[in-house]
Design a protein around this ligand. Structure first.
Ligand code: KG4
Ligand code: ZN
Length: 338
């Protein structure tokens, strides 16, 4: 089964053709990073307009690279939630148009389910059940993937997502957008014990995260130094901050893995590209005897191949949308509606 998938939930316009959920025939990503860089973050209105400009060419390129035409396809898939509403609407409307014109089924895909599916593309033999730490710019979840379309949230962030926490502190340090990526590189040359940062916990909920206090603590260090005319050591602060964020992610994940007795752990989402998080999860997996699944770096960030992969399993479950499909800025991963 060949699925054309479209993704436009944030600042990448992406299209891919994926066969039977596991084989990428093509994957095209047009990034808007340069346009948002001068603002220090994604500007939703600009993102929507740029998706409109890019989407036709990106879809054409995906079809061409896969050496298929619309008549070779079996379905059209699209990210419909969660994300920036104006950005999502571009992909959803384009996919609806293609579905109407071709008569092909329209498969709505939850963005975070797509991120998890990037592991199916990296590891053709991986099958649920497994536990997954999903860490992106907008979400931080520990979920159990009990089946391809059955998820249970074990823990999630009560405030900022891990990616957002990295991006905001990076911005305060004058590190260009996308902050998390650049902070990762700068941290590589720093001492992660140089700065003492809090490790916030959520009272009564050992699997939930809270990152806003940690972010504020880092920003306070930066502002205090500025006010005193002192210089912070950027490498050391990046390394210490990244250590604090990954400490929180690792601690709750270990607890969840032990408590729920899973032996397979996957990472997913943009922050799963982080070098420190990957290294520490590898160490923990050896220590605890888990099998660890890390998405290929090219599949960690937003792309449409992961959407095409998850779409295959959504379709098999009968999750097909009508022409009334809408986009949603928020949507739970465990019980999505469309
Ligand atoms: O999944 P994603 O591409 O978009 C969302 O769905 O949000 O995640 C983007 C997030 C951003 O916060 C970005 O800074 C972060 O992933 N990110 C990283 C790295 N690469 C991307 N954070 C830390 N280290 C990285 N290497
Ligand atoms: Zn994403």
């Amino acid at each position: 089964m060949k699925i054309l998938a479209i993704e436009s939930s944030c600042d990448e316009t992406a299209a891919a053709v994926v066969e039977n959920g596991r084989k990428i025939l093509s994957s095209v990503v047009a990034t808007q990073i340069e346009s948002h860089k001068i603002f220090g973050g994604v500007v939703p209105e600009i993102a929507s307009r740029m998706h409109i400009e890019a989407i036709s060419a990106v879809v054409d390129e995906a079809l061409e690279k896969a050496s298929v035409t619309l008549s070779d396809l079996d379905a059209i898939a699209v990210t419909y939630a969660p994300g920036l509403i104006g950005a999502l609407l571009v992909g959803v409307n384009f996919a609806k148009g293609l579905s109407l014109a071709t008569g092909l089924p329209l498969i709505p895909v939850h963005h975070l389910r797509g991120h998890i599916a990037s592991n199916y593309l990296t590891y053709p033999d991986l099958e649920p059940p497994f536990m997954c730490l999903v860490v992106s710019g907008g979400h931080s979840h520990i979920v159990t993937v009990d089946d391809y379309t059955s998820f249970k949230i074990i823990g999630k962030t009560r405030d900022d997502a891990a990616g957002e926490c990295l991006d905001k502190a990076a911005r305060a340090m004058g590190i260009p957008y996308p902050g998390g990526v650049n902070l990762d590189k700068i941290a590589a040359n720093g001492n992660d014990l140089a700065y003492c940062l809090p490790h916030p916990r959520v009272d009564g909920s050992e699997y939930d995260f809270s990152f806003s206090g940690l972010k504020t603590a880092a920003i306070n260090i930066i502002h205090n130094a500025e006010q005193k005319g002192e210089k912070i050591n950027r490498e050391d602060l990046c390394a210490s901050y990244l250590k604090a964020v990954t400490d929180c992610l690792c601690k709750n994940t270990v607890k969840a893995m032990e408590e729920f007795g899973y032996k397979k752990l996957a990472l997913a989402g943009g922050v799963s590209a982080n070098s420190v998080l990957r290294r520490r999860m590898k160490e923990l997996s050896v220590q605890h005897g888990w099998q660890l699944f890390l998405p290929e770096l090219s599949l960690c960030g937003d792309n449409a191949a992961m959407i095409g992969s998850q779409a295959y399993y959504e379709f098999k479950k009968g999750n097909v949308a009508s022409q009334s499909l809408n986009a949603y800025a928020t949507m739970p991963i465990d019980n999505p509606v469309f």
